[in-house]
Design a protein around this ligand. Structure first.
Ligand code: IPE
Ligand code: IPE
Ligand code: MG
Length: 256
């Protein structure tokens, strides 16, 4: 699957200016299809191909973690026909790609409330995660039936349960504890967020984890988001000064 090309833009960059973790909202499949007078599902199929190419590119440029939003909890509200087609597409894409992902040392994880999926899809997810769990290359997270508010709520529930059981006191609840209960604890917060499709919103993607993430929005519809567009976003990221509340002078000084 992976075409190991050379000369990527990121290989020339200062190591500090490269994002370790990129989180993407893959938006615009429906409009892409509409522009071509095709059914929406054709846009979703094209979107899967785009994701595949992007994963190849992420491996090529040695990205540590890529997290892609495939289906939000709110997306269940779409017409049943579209939801069913999306579920079929997840299943076929997973079945056809997992071997290649494994051969390319990709560690695959799903983020979100998996209990809502069919037994068969849940089983395929568990098997795919198990197959790739010890791989040390790209960490690929697929956010499916995910929502940022759900994530914070499930973390709160886990903490409340520990308090109720007497394992924890309310005073022990702090940011690092909450951080350990929300999704992505092992992969850390995203450095760069990318949303395709022209909307300037978060749409219930990571709410806690995006606190200091650099936000990049592009009008390009997801199926047209070629690897060079990822390079552009990474280049833009390199031009940002991340201050985390400090002054730019403090940041400059710490680099000297
Ligand atoms: C994103 O594309 C894919 C999913 C939400 C599953 P959309 O289907 O939202 O495409 P637009 O926004 O309608 O163009
Ligand atoms: C966000 O896209 C979710 C995914 C891409 C999976 P939506 O298309 O669902 O977002 P809204 O409804 O335009 O905010
Ligand atoms: Mg959309």
């Amino acid at each position: 699957m992976i075409d190991f090309g050379v000369g990527s833009i990121t290989s020339q960059m200062d190591i500090d200016s490269k994002p370790n973790h990129i989180a993407i909202i893959m938006d615009g499949n429906g409009r892409w299809a509409k522009n071509k007078s095709l059914p929406r599902v054709a846009g979703h199929r094209a979107g899967v191909k785009t994701l595949r190419k992007l994963i190849e590119h992420a491996v090529r440029i040695d990205l540590s973690t890529l997290t892609a939003y495939a289906f939000s909890r709110e997306n269940w509200q779409r017409p049943k026909k579209e939801v069913d087609l999306l579920m079929d597409l997840f299943m076929t894409a997973l079945q056809s790609e997992v071997k290649d992902l494994h051969e390319n040392n990709v560690c695959l994880k799903f983020i979100g409330d998996k209990a809502a999926f069919s037994d068969k899809l849940q089983e395929t997810i568990v098997q795919s995660e198990a197959l790739t769990s010890t791989n040390s290359g790209l960490n690929l997270n697929i956010a499916a039936n995910y929502s940022g508010r759900w994530d914070i709520t499930q973390a709160t529930q886990a903490i409340a349960t520990e308090i109720a059981l007497g394992n924890l006191n309310a005073e022990d609840v702090n940011e690092s504890l909450v951080n350990s209960k929300v999704c992505l604890t092992e992969n850390n917060d995203p450095d760069l967020f990318i949303r395709t499709g022209g909307e300037r919103r978060i749409s219930n993607y990571f709410l806690w984890q995006l606190a200091y993430t650099e936000l990049y929005f592009t009008d390009i519809l997801w199926p047209d988001f070629v690897p060079e567009e990822l390079d552009k976003a990474i280049e833009w990221f390199a031009s940002r000064q991340r201050r985390f509340g400090k002054t730019s002078e403090q940041i400059d000084e710490s680099k000297n």
